[in-house]
Design a binder for this molecule. Structure first.
Ligand code: LFR
Length: 472
């Protein structure tokens, strides 16, 4: 092995970061260079992202990374899935829509009228999520005017380098990739009236996509290459799960909790469809067989509401400590679709709890506890379902991402699943991004496998272990 340093751009639904990733003789270390807020912006025609601001932050962050570390070997970009920007010439036609915008409901109707969900599932293997890209395309009147539609990380790559490609792991979340072949399902696209501008050439993680050009190059201050990583953030996170057993499940926990297992082949049975399990594309052709659980979104949106009420920030660790001391809380369905949109989350959760006949928690700590336990229950249920659908005897759960820092959530997940939880690394997504670039540079030798990369993660980070408590 040898080593070097790369830059990882990781754009999440609540914040984005630019990190430096150092790899040296199997050693792995991250340094945060920039962090910036992100979130939905309400416009006259619905919820958008402020992509223009995000891109500016990316450029500024990369410039700072180059100042700190002139020897950067490449850049890798990942973000949340499904959302896209339309491009004409070198111009972005509008700020991309946010996947939580409710116009997608019309798209669902339009698509399912043409192709029933059962058939879609057979073809694309995706769980039903109302915001999957194919539903968004169905209500996008400007799609036909665009030269090309690019998912968020591909859009950043395009603006930086001019490359017009669709990275494969993220493309798998559009609903237009054939789950068997991994290629665009052109027949499906045609039936749905999706123009070929929405199906750019697919690129595998690890391939060099292009070099910074023009203004981007000037502002960043170096002619760096962009290398494709698992550009779907969850794909990068799964790369960096230090899987400790062949029967391990993982939960990538941030805004969402992505709960599942890694497979070599997709599972598109009736049972998998009915359980709403997805077969998303992983790095090296692996399958991310998982279910979306509404994760820490429920907590962060509640905190946001309380902070607005108070006009002051809330100390989250303090709130969670108080929550740990509360007893007897009601559970609710964390995946209730009424909790998907932003805004006044406590009131909407209260309505869901009330409807079930349970008593609404009176204090904020009790409320936070109900949220955490409900998420943990949804995690435990999804792990059990993943085991059932794949005939695996799941023996351990790895929690990676920001949720690994939430001790209450990790312990509750262990208790409710009856399985040990190994928490960490917190920075799985950025680590997965860095590792795939590092491998492309040959720093782990010519034939490093995902298992080799995971051994590097295991050597560099020590997970926190939570044993299930039988008395709860
Ligand atoms: C997590 C994530 C999930 C995807 C959701 C929406 O950040 O990428 O995998 O289902 O965001 O894009």
């Amino acid at each position: 092995t040898s080593g070097g340093v790369v830059a990882a751009v990781d754009l999440g639904a609540t914040s984005g970061r630019v990190m430096l990733g150092y790899v040296d003789d199997g050693m792995l270390r991250l340094e945060q260079v920039a962090r910036f807020p992100n979130g939905p912006v309400a416009g006259p025609d619905g919820l958008h992202w402020d992509f223009t601001a995000l891109y500016r932050h990316v450029i500024d962050g990369l410039a700072e990374a180059v100042r700190r570390e002139p020897g950067i070997a490449s850049i890798g970009i990942d973000s949340w899935a499904v959302d896209y920007g339309l491009v004409h010439g070198d111009e972005l036609l509008a700020e991309p829509f946010h996947y939580r915008d409710d116009r997608t409901a019309r798209g669902v109707e339009a698509v399912h009228a043409k192709v029933p969900f059962e058939e879609l599932y057979r073809r694309n293997g995706l769980q039903f999520l109302p915001f999957n890209t194919l539903y968004q395309y169905a209500v996008d009147r400007r799609l036909a005017d665009a030269e090309i539609a690019l998912l968020i990380p591909d859009l950043v790559t395009f603006l930086l380098t001019g490359a017009r490609v669709a990275e494969r792991t993220n493309a798998s979340t559009t609903g237009l990739v054939d789950v068997g072949s991994g290629e665009w399902d052109r027949e499906l696209a045609e039936r749905l009236g999706v123009p070929s501008s929405a199906l750019p050439p697919l690129a595998d993680p690890g391939t060099r996509l292009g070099t910074l050009r023009g203004e981007a190059r000037e502002r960043v201050g170096a002619a760096l290459d962009v290398i494709a990583v698992g550009s779907h953030d969850t794909a990068s996170a799964v790369v960096a799960v230090p899987l400790s057993s062949a029967d391990a499940a993982y939960i990538s926990c941030g805004t969402w909790g992505l709960v599942g297992v890694e497979l070599d082949e997709p599972v598109v049975t009736d049972a998998a469809r009915e359980a709403n399990f997805t077969n998303e594309g992983g790095v090296d052709g692996r399958v991310r067989f998982l279910h979306n659980v509404t994760g820490l979104w429920l907590l962060s949106e509640s905190v946001r509401t309380w902070e607005a009420e108070d006009g002051a920030p809330i100390d989250l660790p303090e709130l969670l400590d108080a929550a740990a001391a509360v007893g007897d809380i009601p559970l609710f369905d964390a995946n209730d679709s009424r909790l998907a949109a932003p805004g006044d989350m406590p009131a909407r959760i209260a309505a869901v709890i009330e409807e079930s006949g349970a008593k609404v928690p009176a204090s904020r700590p009790a409320f936070a506890r109900a949220i955490v336990e409900s998420i943990a229950q949804a995690f435990a249920d999804a792990v059990a379902t993943a085991g059932r659908l794949t005939a695996r005897d799941i023996d351990v759960i790895h929690i990676v991402g920001g949720g690994a820092l939430n001790r209450l959530l990790c312990q509750a997940t262990a208790d409710r699943s009856g399985l040990p939880v190994l928490a960490g690394p917190v920075e799985a997504t950025a680590l997965g991004n860095v590792l795939v670039q590092a491998r492309a540079h040959g720093w782990f030798g010519p034939d490093a496998t995902l298992e080799d990369l995971r051994r590097v993660v295991a050597g560099a980070t020590a997970p926190v272990r939570y044993e299930p408590r039988t008395d709860s």
